[in-house]
Structures are given as C-alpha cells and as structure tokens.
Design a protein around this ligand. Structure first.
Ligand SMILES: [Zn+2]
Length: 351
C-alpha cells in the first residue's frame, strides 16, 4: 500500500513529504494508521548524523489504530488502538526486532531512524513487539508521547533511579523527557525537585510538573547552586536528560556521597544520549553511583498502562507537556522550532 511520510534524504537536508510504498505485514508485523507522532530531540541528532542511512523515515513514538496484523499476531487485532514505541513490549534478552523490510521510496529501500520503529508517516508497519494497547476513550493524540518521552523520563526516575518519598533530586534539562522525569519524581514524593536548564521560561514551565527549585545554568554554576540548596550535601538522585558534554561533567558531581557503613551513596542517572567526548573525573566517584537508563529501564507492557492511568487521574498532565501540534507538511517548521529551543515540553505531528 501507499502512505505519505516525511523522508530523510540526506544529512541536514529538509525532510521531504512524499508518498512511499509499505509492505504487507509479515507473520509478526502490524500495520498501524497513525493518529499522532512525537518529535524527539534524537531525531535532530539523526538528521545531523553523517552516518544516518538514507532514505529513512524517522520518529519513534506514536499512537494509531491497527489496520492489518500478520497471522502470528495475537496480542492485537484490526481496529485496536495502540501506542507505538521503540522498546520491545515483552523482555527481549537478545536483539530487538529490526526494521520491517520492504518499505520503498522511489524504488530504494527505506531505513528507519532508530531500531525497528518509524512514525513520521501516516501509516507504519512494525514488529508487533513495538505496540502497546491504548485503552478506549483515552485522548489519542496526547498519549503519542508515552512511547519515548514519558517512557524514558518517568522510567528513569521509577525504574533506574528508584526515587522514593523524601528523596532529593536534580534534573538537568527540562524538555519532554526531563519533565516526565520531574513529574514521576513528584508523584513518588521526592523533595526538593531541582531543575536545571538554560532558559527561565523553560524552568518556569517545569513548575507545572512538580519542580520546586530552579537553576538557570546560563547565569549560575549548577554544581555550586545545587550543593547550596541541599545544605552542602548534594542530592540523592541526579538525572542528565541532555547528554551534552557540559551536563555530563556536572550531573554526577551534585550527587551526595555515601558514608562507609552508615549511608548508601546517591545515584547519578544518565538518560540523554551523549553527543560528544567529555572530561570525567573518576576521583569524583568515591562513594557515588553512576548508572545509565536505556529507554527508562522499564517494560512498555507493564509501565504504559500506569502512565495512561496517571494521565487520567491528573498526575501526568500530557495536555501541558504537549505544547505544540503540527501537520505532517509542517515537519520542517517543527524541526526548526525544536532546534531553536522554542518548544516547551514536546511537540507532535497530528495526522
Ligand atoms: Zn525519543
């Protein structure tokens, strides 16, 4: 079948919105007609990456309705609403299923941006492991960002950082992922929740998700300020939702040290994808923990229904987190706005 998609045709080139050919779903594949897809910072990295294969279709979080399912698929059927993500639904000890082959643009095979999911397209064909059921009557556009932003940010707090009531936390970077992390920390009862970013408007926005203290790293040193805010101790858990060389240098230094035999060390959790080499002071790691959170360290099938419930109960304001909507034809405007730092929270494409 044919579908319309945003197609990445070369490094730093604008996305081309055009028709492409989709294969029929194989035995373990599903075809999904999409309602909406998130626009994630990692797509900017892919667009700037000289090694990103072309042509490719980017995007890795969405919602939609199943319009076709292979003979081996029993988890969903035609007509079911789903969330699309880039982690597998059930634990997969080995490789995650690859991109479905048979996508073609002007006769050339189409690659995906990351792993086995592509969502900047009106319809997608993916391995059934990349969809999670979306309950009826839940907003079908706002929930499109659960598949990456919420999964990654909230999951880092719950699954990797294991934030508990009374924990002090710091979150570097308050885009869609960082704000999801902030909200999960707030839901867990953390205090204080210190956020670090470069713009006052973004910091102020974070207060709507439970942030309690605000550090503008363009005018003050976040390491010194966070130490000051925590009485010289540091935080129980620190998150880097950016992965830039500067935040990588800072985020582990604000974690409190443990005292031998008396208290456990604090934990620094890397969420963002590192974008370049960084200076790392190994001596700073005495009695501190450092860990990375891959996609929030959780399981979509177990965690997504909880995030949907949070949304329904008012504990995850996706209506605020999704701050701008674009049509597929506006994808290059959307990317420009994201690149300039003009997006609070997350923007989405609505099909
Ligand atoms: Zn993402």
């Amino acid at each position: 079948m044919k579908t319309r998609a945003a197609i990445h045709v070369g490094q730093n080139a604008p996305q081309v919105v055009d028709e492409l050919d989709l294969p029929d779903p194989g035995p373990n594949h599903v075809t999904v007609s999409l309602f909406a897809s998130g626009i994630c910072h990692s797509q900017l990295h892919q667009i700037h990456n000289p090694n990103q294969p072309t042509p490719s279709v980017l995007g890795h979080e969405a919602t939609g309705v199943v319009t076709g399912a292979g003979s081996g698929v029993d988890y969903v059927k035609e007509g079911d609403r789903v969330m699309v993500t880039w982690l597998t639904r059930t634990p997969s000890p080995g490789q995650r299923p690859a991109a479905v082959s048979g996508w073609a643009y002007r006769g050339q095979p189409v690659n995906f941006g990351l792993g086995g999911t592509a969502t900047w397209t009106e319809s997608t064909v993916v391995h059934e492991q990349y969809v999670v059921k979306l309950p009826d009557l839940v907003d079908e556009q706002l929930t499109s960002i659960i598949g990456c932003a919420v999964m990654t940010g909230a999951g880092a707090a719950l699954n990797t950082g294991r934030v508990r009531a009374g924990d002090s936390v710091a979150v570097f970077g308050v885009g869609g992922v960082g704000l999801s992390c902030v909200q999960a920390c707030a839901n867990a009862g953390a205090y204080p929740i210190i956020v670090v970013d470069l713009r006052d408007d973004k910091l102020a926005f974070a207060s709507q998700f439970g942030a309690t203290h605000f550090v503008n790293a363009s005018i003050e040193d976040p390491v010194a300020r966070i130490r000051e805010l925590t009485g010289g101790v540091g935080v129980d858990c620190s998150f880097d939702a950016i992965g830039a060389p500067k935040t990588l240098e800072q985020f582990y230094q604000v974690v409190r040290t443990g005292a031998n035999g008396i208290s456990e060390p604090g934990t620094a959790v890397l969420i963002g994808v590192p974008t370049g080499p960084t200076q790392f002071q190994m001596g700073q790691m005495w009695n501190r923990r450092l860990t990375g959170s891959f996609g929030g360290g959780g399981r979509p099938e177990r965690d997504f229904p909880m995030y949907v419930r949070w949304f329904q109960e008012g504990k995850l304001p996706l209506d605020k987190l999704v701050s701008r909507r674009y049509r597929l034809e506006q994808i290059n405007d959307a990317l420009g706005d994201l690149e300039r730092g003009d997006i609070a929270g997350r923007s989405i494409i609505v099909f």
